[in-house]
Design a protein around this ligand. Structure first.
Ligand SMILES: *Cc1c(COP(=O)(O)O)cnc(C)c1O
Length: 402
């Protein structure tokens, strides 16, 4: 965009193509160049002093840790896409989670954490927050406005993640946020599944939106990166905590993420289309008990998902009919196109066995058989279906369940 402040008048796909680009500042280059910089030199002491104006701490280039034109460009684009005030980058999604939590609590405070949260977020509460004198209570992801009953005078954070990791429950974020704000707590959301594009969290009352940019924003399985987007209110507290903790993101990683962001909407559209095709096929299979994907009309979270989300990404769960671990492993080993590996959000398909029942404390997760998590990539979905069909030959279905 050649004119300042164009962000207000354009639609989101246009913003994805244009935000964070400043060719006039970079000899006309379409993409902001990669600034490899720790030390930033000042021409004289007056400039040194001007750069160190505390009110501009996160607005000017003064030290690599606090940002460069490359990271500022990505932050500008990510914040605008989700509709937040400003964004900041960290070295990983997990660093974004922990810095955001640390910014909101002190010794003696209380956190309400969704029982279906990303495992390492729970681990941080158990291992680190406990040691700092911060108590955590886990709650049912389907609690809705009943969360008001769990609020304590010292509850500072209600942490949500929707759909839930591994189990994909859709949360009523607006109802939870209303109850949290009523009690004076902030709402922190892990919004990684939807990315900044498919869930405009701030319209639903979220104060701090957390992303593993490692997943869909980067989109190519080659970078670790975290992002936090906040309301105006929460910007300085979180940004200051992140800087105090020494968090930052590498310049090449920020560059790759900005490049990934340009195609976020077209990739997500295809991920959803492919995932729906594979999920619908899985629903017809005798080996499958349930598919956990809110984009399916049969999913218990479908109505809420339709109300709140602008689309679905390509990650979902599958509960199989009873089968032995050996049979499940043989099925996965027989697949040709699905990779076996952590993370997701890249252009390629992945599969892993999951154990949602192991992480829970507030609710019980019961399943009829083994669980899987599938990430559906940008391959032709018919090839993915044929690959899974081949894999299913290795699953022996008990006669009674068939
Ligand atoms: C992967 C993931 C994270 C952590 O991101 P990293 O960049 O791997 O640290 C956080 N939340 C969710 C829901 C994730 O899937």
């Amino acid at each position: 965009m050649k004119k300042e402040n164009g962000a207000h008048k354009y639609r989101r796909d246009t913003l994805l193509a244009h935000l964070g680009r400043h060719p006039e500042a970079h000899d006309g280059a379409v993409n902001p160049p990669v600034y490899h910089a720790s030390t930033i030199l000042s021409a004289n002491m007056a400039e040194w002093e001007a750069r160190r104006d505390p009110s501009k701490r996160f607005d000017v280039v003064r030290y690599g840790l606090l940002g460069t034109p490359t990271t500022f460009a990505l932050e500008e684009a990510i914040a605008a896409i989700e509709g937040g005030y400003r964004a900041m980058l960290m070295s990983s999604g997990l660093a974004a989670i922990t810095a955001a939590l640390q910014a909101c609590v002190k010794c003696g405070d209380h956190v309400l954490m969704v029982d279906s949260c990303y495992g390492p977020a729970r681990n941080f509460c158990e291992k680190v927050l406990t040691r700092c004198g911060v108590a955590t209570t886990y709650y049912d992801p389907l609690i809705g406005d009943e969360i008001a009953r769990l609020m304590r005078p010292n509850t500072r954070v209600v942490y949500v993640e929707s759909p839930g990791s591994l189990t994909f429950e859709v949360q009523d974020i607006a109802a939870i946020a209303a109850a949290a704000h009523e009690a004076g707590a902030k709402v922190l959301m892990d919004n990684t599944w939807a990315s900044p594009y498919l869930f405009p969290s701030f319209l639903h009352g979220v104060d701090v939106s957390i992303h593993a940019a490692t997943k869909y924003i980067v989109g190519h399985s080659d970078v670790m990166l975290g992002a936090v987007i906040t309301t105006e209110d929460m910007y300085l507290p979180v940004r200051t905590m992140a800087a105090d903790l020494g968090h930052c993101a590498g310049p090449d990683d920020a560059y790759f993420a900005l490049r990934g962001l340009r195609t976020l909407s077209v990739r997500l559209e295809r991920h959803e289309k492919n995932a729906l095709a594979v999920a619908r096929w899985l629903q017809t299979r005798p080996e499958v008990s349930r598919v956990l994907y809110p984009a399916l009309p049969e999913d218990p979270g479908h109505e809420l998902w339709k109300r709140d989300f602008l689309g679905a990404s390509g990650l979902f769960g599958v509960v199989l009919k009873p089968a032995s671990k050996g049979a499940v492993y043989a099925m996965i080993d027989a697949l040709d196109l699905f990779g076996i590996g952590s993370s997701w959000g890249g252009y390629e398909s992945l599969i892993l066995p999951t154990h949602p029942e192991r992480g829970r404390t507030a609710t019980r997760w019961t399943s009829e058989g083994p669980s899987l998590r599938l990430h559906i990539g940008l391959e032709d979905p018919q090839d993915l279906i044929e690959d899974l069909e081949r894999g299913f030959h290795h699953l022996r279905v008990p006669a009674a369940a068939a």
